[in-house]
Design a protein. Sequence first.
Length: 151
Amino acid sequence: MPVKSIDTEKRYRIGDFAEMVGLNSPTLRYYEKEGLIKPNRSENGVRYYTEQDARWVRFLLHLKSTGMTIEQLKRYVKLRAQGDSTINQRVELLEEVRRNFEVEYQQLQDSWTLLNDKLDWYKGKQAGTVEDSEDFANYLQSLNHEYLQDR
């Protein structure tokens, strides 16, 4: 069986590629400008992308979804391009991202708790199980959510 050459790999123009990876063309051009992606060029200079490029962009989007900033993504891409000698630096970077993510995650959990408690309070008011004179701060305290009392 003949080996498929890179020349026969499906090529995607920027608009089709943007739709495929869930971004828009200006965002792809921005990622290119920032050095996060490097499109291929046809013989006459038209940029195109491949399935391998799509996998890379999806990976970058996963990293971005962890809260990685563009600067951190650029640093990661640069370190990755330098090979295994930068694994320790990549681990440090990812640990920093994880610490930041944990803080944001805790804040989201706190907000989720507050939202649910507020909904429960209003539903209790609707059902007549919460007295008119009870204020929300007392309600939270009755649920033992002291961490929210300082906000």
